[in-house]
Design a protein around this ligand. Structure first.
Ligand code: TLP
Length: 347
């Protein structure tokens, strides 16, 4: 099979030999009975990293977010969320289907919301209106181009939420990237959220798995709904061990992905027809516009694929590249050469 350089997402990484060894050797038990020591160890480790009292292992980031929304709300409640956020756009309409919530969307600056914007749309206590219950934030923000929520902005949103008796959920699928890029610890971010979801299967390189963290009573509700949604796993230690391995060995190296993303952005800026601001590349996601190349995003993705590079077309004229564990600095140079070749053919 032809080996592609795959920049479509950081979800495409495959477990390393050392990670596979940890998986083979994992001690396991039945996690639905709470008896899998490796799952329990992972939950404790992540709860500690996020400064929360409890955490629960779940199969995916989508389930982690949706269990959080479900556990915080009643049908008919309103959830304030950023227009381009993952939970609103890319989770199959689950908020409406599974929790019966209504979303009220706000446009952020590269996904980042201001507390003042949120304050304006919180519903007054009046029987005509839905009950505003929850604010969702995403850090880093995927469609925002891997943008990082400034800690102070998160603090302001949290203070506003508490003053209005609202809850805050943080979609921290890539919180690790924010932390490595800024040096701000994951728990410093998550102190400004009542619940947090984090993923092990993105930049950290584990094959499967996410966690939800929060208070013990919240996690108890999440546990109940995880059962209801069919997300209870049995000998989950096999995959939890990969998560523990990833946290221990792949956390700090996320900075390599950030360097590679920056290098891509700087190299792309040199190419005719590509609109990109390398300063906006803060973590491992690179988004750029190809309008001036005369190609659509899909045409460019097809041309790159013919040259052995997989990229993701976003909308009509945008491309997203995501750097990760399985792409080296040398491969990034190769990718830039391929872009040059593809654009050279066109221009
Ligand atoms: N994002 C995936 C796709 O679904 C778009 C990707 O390739 O980036 N929150 C955020 C911020 C995410 O980016 C993702 C996945 C999720 C949640 C959902 O995680 P999974 O895929 O584990 O359900």
């Amino acid at each position: 099979m032809k080996e592609f350089i795959d920049l479509r997402s950081d979800t495409v990484t495959r477990p390393t030999p050392a990670m596979r060894k940890a998986m083979v050797e994992a001690e396991v038990g039945d996690d639905v009975f709470g008896e899998d020591p490796t799952v329990n160890a992972l939950q404790e480790k992540v709860a500690h990293l996020l400064g929360k009292e409890a955490a629960l292992f779940v199969p995916s980031g989508t389930m982690a977010n949706q269990l959080s929304i479900k556990s915080h709300t009643q049908p008919g409640d309103e959830v304030i969320i950023e227009t381009s956020s993952h939970s609103y756009n890319f989770e199959g309409g689950a908020g409406a289907a599974l929790s019966g919530v209504q979303f009220q969307c706000l446009k952020g600056n590269r996904g980042i919301l201001q507390a003042s914007q949120i304050e304006e749309i919180i519903r007054p206590a009046d029987h005509h209106f839905p009950v505003t219950k929850l604010i969702c934030v995403e850090n880093t923000h995927n469609r925002g181009g891997g943008s990082i929520y400034p800690l102070e902005k998160m603090a302001e949103i949290y203070r506003l939420a508490k003053s209005k008796a609202l809850l805050v959920h943080l979609d921290g699928a890539r919180l690790w990237n924010a932390s490595v890029a800024t040096g701000i610890k994951p728990h410093e971010y998550s102190q400004f959220a009542d619940s947090v979801s984090v993923c092990l299967s993105k930049g950290l390189g584990a094959p499967i798995g996410s966690l939800v963290a929060g208070s013990p009573s919240f996690i108890d509700r999440v546990h109940r709904f995880r059962k209801m949604f069919g997300g209870g796993m049995r000998q989950g230690g096999i995959i939890a061990s990969a998560g523990i391995y990833a946290l221990d060995h792949h956390f700090e190296r996320l900075k390599d992905d950030h360097q590679n993303a920056k290098r891509l952005a700087v190299g792309l800026k040199e190419l005719k027809g590509i609109s990109i601001d390398p300063k906006q590349v803060e973590t491992n996601i690179v988004i750029f516009d190809v309008t001036d190349t005369g190609m659509t995003g899909v045409q460019m993705a097809e041309a790159m694929k013919r040259e052995g590079v997989l990229i993701h077309a976003f909308g009509k004229t945008q491309i997203r590249l995501v750097t990760h564990l399985d792409v080296s600095a040398e491969e990034i140079e190769k990718v830039l050469k391929v872009f040059k070749k593809v654009l050279g053919k066109k221009n």
